[in-house]
Design a protein around this ligand. Sequence first.
Ligand code: PAZ
Length: 390
Amino acid sequence: MLDNIPSEIPPENLAALAEDHYFAANPPPRDLDKHVALARDFIDYHSSAGRRLVLITSGGTTVPLEKQTVRFIDNFSAGTRGATSAEYFLEAGYAVLFLHRQFSLLPFSRHYSHATDCFLDFLREGPNGSVVARDEDTAKMLHVLRKYRDARDRNMLLLLPFVSISDYLHELRSVAQLMRPLGPRGLLYLAAAVSDFFVPPERMSEHKIQSTSAADVFKRNNNGGSQAATEEEETFDNFDSSPSVPRSKRLVIDLDPVPKFLKNLVEGWSPQGMIVSFKLETDPAILVHKARYSLDRYQHHLVIGNLLSTRKWEVVFVSPGNPDHWIRVPFRKHGGESGTSVAGTEQDEPIDPKSLPEGEPEVEIESLIIPAVQELHSKYIRTVEDKGQP
Ligand code: PAZ
């Protein structure tokens, strides 16, 4: 972290200093150069066609505890929001650069992965040793396959994976900087669930963190220690049933805050693109306040607030100069009279999760979010083009 900041550095330069420090200290992902080359070609292709392009970030980031990573901290995000949004952006004519957590949900294939059924359950053996879709799944699978093939064949979808928080930040910075030629036609839709904390490299163990001191004793013995000490140490480990584990045997993880780079993104990396961030909370009482605070602090264009328990049913749009705008999928109140439809934008506070029906909504909320974002993006482009700047 930035200890010893020289007092003569003006506060407005602190963000740049934090950026330089973070990116110098945390190594880039191995494939960054390859990804940058792919992203550059993709962006240039769509930029010269005058097309809108959206960078979607999706899925969670890992926080490695070791440099040769065996253990890491992770979060809940499966990438549903990002992958589903990508399909609706493609539908709306956007080229989509999909920066996603490796092995999280992908547009189109999401319909058949991470499902309750194994994907093999959608298939059966056909004539002459062929493999075909089950009859009841054929129509939907063909529909999804055609859309996927169309997006790929027309070079409208680029998939770039990341794993850790530092991979994510390196990739985001590089891709956002490449988006400059798009001007206001570039849209950044930051739906990834990014860790707020990390282990800085100077405090990260190179090798797997040990749960016993056997390795220390091994090293000591190699330097002339005794066999008796080895046996004594090896029998004591963290899996002992002793109710009170001494502090020396615990794994205490000390995390630093991840620098907030939204300011750098807004002011430096992608100064002309429209920037949409997401804010996730679990406490309904603070959601709108936190979303508005983020908007005021980073001065970007839209914060989409959502609650963990209701994120597939409602979100709130918080944007400069506009009242909070709730978007909801129509639903019938759980336990309410049949036909009682609660929907729309009238209710201006979070819905009670207990009133929601069981299971998944019939409508994907992204089918409502993307047209609303698209409308704001159109306004944004007009404003920038009229004024000559955002
Ligand atoms: O990936 P998912 O569909 O399970 O969840 C989506 C989400 C809740 C991660 C996303 O909508 C979101 O709020 N992302 C930002 C999280 C945050 O950093 O506050």
